[in-house]
Design a protein around this ligand. Structure first.
Ligand code: ATP
Ligand code: MG
Length: 183
């Protein structure tokens, strides 16, 4: 499964609707300091359900909304849509049949967050559920950030196990068992 494009609007420095395509052979995004490279990673993490403002380099969850500049007024809402190519049918379950999966999240200034899967409103959990076992989640290994390799090397066996279970595709079954036991 491949991330095909990100659509951003009102998110951090991306105030106007912007489409960032990811062609198949992309290896790097370069640009001057402050141009928004890390904001793109924050965008992916945010849509995947990141609920800690600190992990998005902010103080509160509404800090992801464009908060104005000398030339522009702040806006009232942030929206990000990730479009995945699922033509190889890597996702299991009801979404396996779609060649393209769109995942969208919006947030308004009053802190109301909404999630959408292929245009239909859903819960945060519906999104984390379908990506469990793919390596892409708000804290999963599809995104390797600064310091993460040394954290992995130094982690305790129990912490390391979480990553191995995700890579082996076991985490989604463990999550389901946990849910069933809590019912
Ligand atoms: P570097 O090369 O230094 O790592 P970068 O390309 O990764 O830079 P980012 O951290 O993605 O840069 O972007 C930082 C820019 O985003 C800053 O100019 C900051 O003012 C802007 N920014 C972050 N949050 C908001 C927000 N809520 N509203 C407006 N601008 C924002
Ligand atoms: Mg950066």
């Amino acid at each position: 499964m491949r991330l095909k494009q990100i659509k951003l609007a009102g998110f951090k420095s991306f105030v106007d609707p912007t489409v960032v395509p990811f062609p198949q052979n992309l290896t790097a995004i370069v640009g001057p300091n402050g141009c928004g490279k890390s904001n793109l990673i924050d965008a992916v993490r945010w849509v995947m359900g990141e609920s800690s403002a600190k992990h998005l380099r902010g103080d509160s969850m509404t800090d992801v909304i464009f908060n104005g500049s000398t030339a522009r007024k702040p806006v009232g809402q942030a929206s990000i849509e990730l479009v995945f190519d699922n033509s190889e049918g890597k996702l299991v379950g009801e979404y396996a049949q779609y060649a393209e999966i769109s995942v969208r999240r919006t947030v308004t200034r009053d802190g109301q967050s909404a999630y959408f899967l292929n245009g239909t409103k859903c819960r945060r959990k519906d999104i984390t559920d379908i990506f469990l076992g793919t390596g892409l989640g708000p804290r999963s290994y599809a995104i390797i950030e600064q310091g993460m390799i040394s954290r992995l090397i130094e982690s305790k066996p129990a912490e390391l196990r979480i990553f191995i279970e995700e890579a082996a595709g076991i985490s989604k079954y463990k999550e389901r068992r946990r849910e069933t036991e809590n019912r």
